[in-house]
Design a protein around this ligand. Structure first.
Ligand code: ADP
Ligand code: MG
Length: 249
């Protein structure tokens, strides 16, 4: 394994940024899909830099490529051309195994639908990325418990997803994304399926964790209030990211 993507569980948080100010970046990112006998070019040269601690919104029409972009940024899919950098690592220079390690350690994901494992408890779901990262079971349980308490679910540790409300499930998903203390969390419409009050709670929680841990957030959202509350808002249009507003000078 590449020494630069080794797991350092004892390091201060967030880890694996190599001290870089830019935690996630892409350059000239292009992605095409084959649809029948034609090629659909979804991303046509996306440029992006996410700074440490920055909270970024990405907005755009349905089908404009927002999920495609998040998946590429997270190394879940590979671009047709262009580069994705996680701190000082060019993803295309890593093999699949190294990419997996880096992703598990440096990035967190929250999907539109929570993607929790139904047969496992909240605690087990949140501990999973730590166990995949080869952390000892007792330590993983401790850290997962701490993170579930932080999202206000200290009383729900043994509940399974089916025993939780939509907002609670999404908070478990957020706890799971944060438990490795990643440099950056990517969220795909995290509050899209929640009522306004719950969406607000989730937003408050994100702000608190951002303040306490300095984690960066890239959030795809349809919620104009959420987009306006973040540091920057970018619009994905015609396969490129355009500046849609600076919310903080
Ligand atoms: P958004 O998240 O903005 O709604 P997506 O990134 O999901 O958009 O999709 C962008 C476009 O790419 C859509 O036209 C979609 O049909 C197409 N697309 C997405 N994933 C695939 C795939 N795996 N194969 C073929 N076409 C895809
Ligand atoms: Mg989408």
């Amino acid at each position: 394994m590449n020494s630069q993507v080794e797991i350092h569980t004892e390091q201060a948080v967030p880890v694996n940024t190599g001290g870089a100010d830019v935690v996630l970046a892409c350059r000239g990112l292009r992605k095409s899909y084959r649809q029948g006998n034609r090629e659909l070019e979804v991303l046509r040269g996306v440029e992006l830099e996410v700074k440490r601690g920055e909270k970024l919104a990405i907005v755009g029409a349905s089908g404009s490529g927002k999920s495609t972009l998040l998946n590429l940024l997270g190394g879940l899919d590979t671009p047709s051309s262009g580069e994705v950098w996680v701190a000082d690592q060019n993803l295309s220079e890593l093999d699949a195994n190294q990419r997996g390690w880096l992703r598990n350690r440096s990035l967190g994901f929250v999907y539109q639908f929570h993607h929790l494992l139904g047969e496992f408890s909240a605690l087990e779901n949140v501990a999973m990325p730590l166990l995949i990262g080869k952390q000892a079971v007792s330590r993983a349980r401790e850290e997962a418990t701490e993170m579930l308490r932080a999202v206000g679910l200290g009383e729900r540790l043994t509940h399974k997803p089916s025993q939780l409300s939509g907002g609670e499930r999404q908070r478990v998903a957020i706890a799971r994304a944060l438990v490795t203390r990643p440099a950056c969390v990517l969220m795909d419409e995290p509050t899209g399926n929640l009522d306004r009050a719950t969406a607000k709670e989730i937003h408050k929680l994100m702000e608190r964790l951002n303040g306490e841990m300095g984690i960066s957030f890239v959030i795809v959202t349809h919620d104009p209030d959420l987009a306006a509350a973040l540091d920057r808002c970018l619009h994905l249009i015609d396969g490129k990211l355009e500046h849609a507003g600076e919310n903080r000078v």
